[in-house]
Design a protein around this ligand. Structure first.
Ligand SMILES: [Zn+2]
Length: 453
């Protein structure tokens, strides 16, 4: 057992003093969490403690192209022209490249306060579109990266079969993504088996979008996986996508999904950006998590999610860094709130009765992200993964602030990274702002970029 002691820590019931955290070294889970406890025999933590944040949406390889699609001559400067650049980039990657990029990204995530990631993984085939000798080659590259960085991972192999609504054949740029439904299900089964019994991993599925998967394939996937596995899907990100869905089916994407699929809390609807009030309330009632990626949605010009009305309807949400144009839970939460302030002309949009805005944002994102990852994370509680952040409580931004005020300062006033140490699955992965593998990983990452760029 490892025993830690925090003068203040955020527990599910709120902030607590003198918290003794006992970790089972064999499992990496919390065995006991006591408040108003004695520090005797425990290692004292040198700052306030928060549960680590789950990142519910990631395409790891896109980190390497962050900042490469910001020139105005990319006419028409739309999501769809960005996607063309992304496809060209995806065509060049080897399994080793992917593993190196993912390791580098995950180290950045850990240092920023993400302790788990849901990886929405759609590169399956070799550059020429043929399967690798081991069809799980690229998936294993991601699992290996998580093993090196230490981040917890929900791996979501993506089913991608069509280039548009109604079963349009895939394009040349999509050939690395394509799997038959049978091959996809055997990949999922293989990865589930490969990670079974390891508390750091979970395997779910990601039918890419209603653009990329037909209703028949979607039904076959849901029938072929274990009934509690997380199901993530891109939905209603772009207005053009909504219009094309209406032209195909007579219904909008979220409307179609709620009507035709058993959407419940195992589902995560990523970029549920464009919602009518009926869709918004239906999504909230379903128990599914809205997967919000505010910096990517801003970068790609997607639109703003109707946060306050969705929350009022009881909706659950979490955050993801998606394209990784930014890798910071702070920036996701700040953008989410500020976007709504700017469009509604009011303040403290996400605040809850008895909970200030920053604290409400953090706790909501923990809750939704945990459900979307389908793992026992997101809480300093016995039986949950021992994932936590120790913050710098002496920084000018945080000093003298306790409880919810501290989280408000973290979310709204911090520009320097205020995460001091990061524990994942009971192991220190970041100490004093440094990850043990960051130097060698940065060297390998630069070599990959030298070739790709
Ligand atoms: Zn995405």
């Amino acid at each position: 057992m490892t025993v830690l002691f925090a003068e203040s820590a955020l527990l599910p019931q709120g902030w607590a003093r003198d918290v003794r955290l006992t970790i089972d070294d064999a499992t990496g889970d919390f065995a006991a969490v006591e408040v108003d406890a004695d520090p005797a025999g425990a290692t004292r933590l040198d700052g306030p403690v928060l549960p680590g944040m789950p990142n519910l949406h990631s395409h790891a390889f896109q980190r390497a192209m962050a900042g490469l699609a910001e020139a105005a001559e990319l006419d028409p400067g739309s999501f769809w022209s960005w996607r063309q650049i992304m496809y060209r980039f995806a065509e060049a990657l080897t399994p080793d490249d992917l593993s190196t990029i993912a390791t580098q990204l995950q180290i950045e995530m850990l240092k920023a306060g993400y302790t788990a990631v849901a990886e929405f993984h759609y590169l399956h085939n070799a550059p020429d579109g043929r399967p690798y000798a081991d069809p799980a080659e690229l998936s294993r590259a991601l699992l290996a990266a998580a093993g090196r960085s230490g981040i917890g991972m929900t791996l979501l192999p993506v089913l991608y079969q069509t280039s548009g609504f109604g079963g349009q054949p895939p394009s040349e740029g999509q050939r690395r993504f394509i799997l038959s439904t049978d091959r996809f299900l055997s990949l999922v089964a293989e990865l589930t088996q490969a990670t079974a019994g390891d508390g750091q991993f979970r395997v779910g599925v990601a039918p890419h979008s209603l653009r990329a998967v037909t209703p028949d394939a979607l039904a076959a996937v849901l029938a072929g996986i274990e009934p509690t596995a997380p199901v993530h899907i891109h939905i209603a990100e772009q207005v053009r996508e909504v219009d094309e869905c209406v032209a195909w089916s007579g219904a909008r994407p979220v409307e179609w999904l709620l009507r035709h699929q058993p959407v419940d809390r195992r589902w995560c609807l990523v970029h549920a950006t464009h919602l009518t009030p009926v869709e918004r309330d239906g999504l909230a009632r379903s128990g599914a998590v809205a997967g919000l990626c505010p910096t990517t949605e801003a970068n790609l010009g997607d639109g703003l999610f109707p946060l306050e009305a969705f929350q009022a309807a009881g909706g659950r949400w979490g955050i993801g860094s998606d394209s990784h144009v930014s890798v910071s839970p702070i920036e996701e939460l700040r953008w989410l709130e500020y976007g709504r302030r700017l469009s509604t002309l009011r303040r403290n949009v996400a605040a809850l009765p008895g909970q200030s805005t920053g604290a409400a944002l953090w706790s909501r994102a923990l809750d939704g992200g945990t459900i979307a990852c389908g793992r026992r994370i997101g809480a300093l509680e016995p039986g949950h993964r021992a994932d936590l952040l120790v913050l710098d409580g002496d920084h000018p931004v945080t000093y003298g602030r306790g409880g919810d005020r501290l989280v408000d300062a973290l979310v709204f006033a911090g520009n320097a990274n205020l995460v001091r140490h990061v524990l994942v699955g009971g192991r220190w992965r970041v100490r004093d702002g440094r990850h043990e593998a960051e130097t060698e990983t940065a060297v390998a990452y630069r070599r990959v970029l030298d070739r790709l760029l």
